[in-house]
Design a protein around this ligand. Structure first.
Ligand SMILES: NC(=O)C1=CN([C@@H]2O[C@H](COP(=O)(O)OP(=O)(O)OC[C@H]3O[C@@H](n4cnc5c(N)ncnc54)[C@H](OP(=O)(O)O)[C@@H]3O)[C@@H](O)[C@H]2O)C=CC1
Ligand SMILES: N[C@@H](CCC(=O)N[C@@H](CSC=O)C(=O)NCC(=O)O)C(=O)O
Ligand SMILES: [Zn+2]
Ligand SMILES: [Zn+2]
Length: 415
């Protein structure tokens, strides 16, 4: 039994007190897990564009004050009553797309969008509608069922998956969102076929993972589209065959016309990885008449809407979306971890920057300013920031855990 089991744990967390403001490093209290819940010591977290989106105030589900972060890996500290698929000491990845295996959605065989905890997750609470975090006497909202910007978090038993303990958690955490999302969008949601032509709009972590998935599916041509020429070398490294900067086309030529010309009538598969609704439209309209499929992955701000002429759909193009790459976390992530350990699935390659918990705000600044793409090693995932943090300080005062630092750039060390 862990020395902290059943006790309130005091630890450090990056608190988002209000939208549009920097995160604040605070001492917080984390309640023990209740029935069906698990308390996890977060070892590493990535910083995803979606965290910045919610922090900006654009997320209709954004609730403050909150602990953001949803791309984390750690070790189970304790489990609540009735939890039987993970135990204390297990290595886990947190899942913002839960998998209960019992709800209508899980049983449908048609979607990964488990609804067991989704409603309360969107309200920033645990499934019983209460919260487990507090700071300075105020309760803090949970985020995406994960809240990884804390040294300890509490999640539903459906919102985490045990993985091979041999997997380095500083890499495995990326499977909690960006890498899995892009890879799954290509290989599962779109089911890219051998020899098909693919265009990927937005070459960040998600877009690179779409390229990786398309390579895995043995696509023919993989065209990377990004407004930043610095992303070309990244696209090349991941297996893109072409790079197009839509801001540098001959005058009067649209990106849609250009891509349609390049591919003798249009793409078989396209992906939006920007969150820009105009890009989403272009991604649909450059699809091949009769069969092209465009997959929306990017998250657009509240109030934004997509538009096209219905004729685009009437003439056989399909528009669809993908959440977490269509991947069922508990069933499928362990397999991706094994592939990573066997060397047939890229993860390390996405990681370029690191930071510490107390400098987490810098990661957000990289994302917004684009500073990272001007670095010597352009950064596709500026915000994947390993954050070395001070050790947790449980009330029973066990010996302090030494502070440690991520051994490589790109993921936040939370321990
Ligand atoms: N559906 C899902 O399950 C998930 C969705 N997401 C969403 O996916 C999107 C991508 O995430 P992530 O990879 O982390 O984001 P990044 O910001 O790292 O990548 C987006 C890329 O798109 C580029 N870009 C911006 N505008 C354009 C444009 N008009 N045309 C082409 N490229 C453009 C950016 O360039 P520059 O560097 O110059 O800004 C950047 O390289 C986000 O909206 C995120 O919220 C993320 C995870 C899961
Ligand atoms: N709260 C947001 C939802 C934004 C969104 O679409 N989230 C993605 C994951 S983004 C990860 O980085 C997703 O999986 N959505 C499915 C879901 O069930 O939330 C909003 O309302 O805009
Ligand atoms: Zn994410
Ligand atoms: Zn379910």
């Amino acid at each position: 039994m862990s020395s902290t089991k059943g006790q309130v744990i005091k630890c450090k967390a990056a608190v988002a007190w209000e939208a549009g403001k920097d995160l604040s490093i605070e001492d917080i209290e984390v309640q023990p897990p209740r029935a069906g819940e698990v308390r996890v010591q977060v070892k590493y977290t990535g910083l995803c564009h979606t965290d910045a989106y919610t922090l900006s105030g654009s997320d209709p589900e954004g609730a403050f004050p909150a602990i953001l972060g949803h791309e984390g890996a750690g070790i189970v500290e304790s489990v609540g009553e009735g939890v039987d698929h993970v135990k204390e000491g297990d290595a886990v990845i947190l899942l913002y797309t839960a998998e209960c295996r019992e709800c209508k959605f899980c049983k449908s065989g048609k979607t990964n969008l488990c609804q067991a905890v989704r409603a309360t997750q969107g309200q920033g609470t645990m499934p019983d509608k209460t919260k487990r975090f507090s700071c300075k006497g105020k309760e803090l909202y949970h985020f995406m069922g994960c809240s990884t910007f804390s040294q300890y978090t509490v999640v539903s038993q459906y919102s985490l998956v045990g993985i091979n303990p041999k997997a380095p958690l500083d890499k495995a955490c990326l499977l909690g969102c960006g890498v899995t999302t892009g890879f799954g969008a290509a290989t599962k949601t779109a089911n890219v076929e051998k020899g098909s032509n693919v265009a990927v709009f937005g070459i960040g972590c998600v877009g690179l993972a779409v390229i990786a998935g398309s390579v895995d599916a043995k696509a023919g041509r993989i065209i990377a589209v990004d407004t930043n020429d610095g992303k070309k070398s990244w696209a090349d490294k991941f297996g893109a065959t072409d790079f197009v900067n839509p801001t540098k086309l001959p005058e009067g030529k649209s990106i849609v016309d250009h891509l349609v010309e390049m591919t003798d009538g249009g793409l078989d598969y396209t992906f939006d990885c920007t969150g820009n609704v105009h890009v989403m439209r272009n991604a649909l309209e450059c699809c091949h008449k009769g069969w092209g499929v465009s997959t929306v992955i990017g998250v657009a701000a509240a109030g934004q809407e997509i538009a096209t002429r219905p004729f685009q759909l009437v003439t056989g193009r399909k528009w669809q979306g993908s959440a977490f790459g269509g991947v069922k976390g508990r069933s499928e992530l362990p397999g991706l971890v094994e592939r990573y350990l066997q060397g047939t699935f890229k993860v390390d390659e996405y990681i370029t920057h690191s930071t510490t918990l107390d400098k987490l705000n810098e990661g957000f600044k990289y994302m917004k300013s684009g500073d990272c793409v001007r670095c010597e090693y352009p950064e596709p995932r500026c915000a994947h920031t390993p954050l070395p943090m001070p050790a947790a300080d449980p009330p029973s005062l066990p010996p302090p855990v030494p502070t440690r630092r991520a051994s490589h750039p790109g993921v936040a060390d939370m321990s």
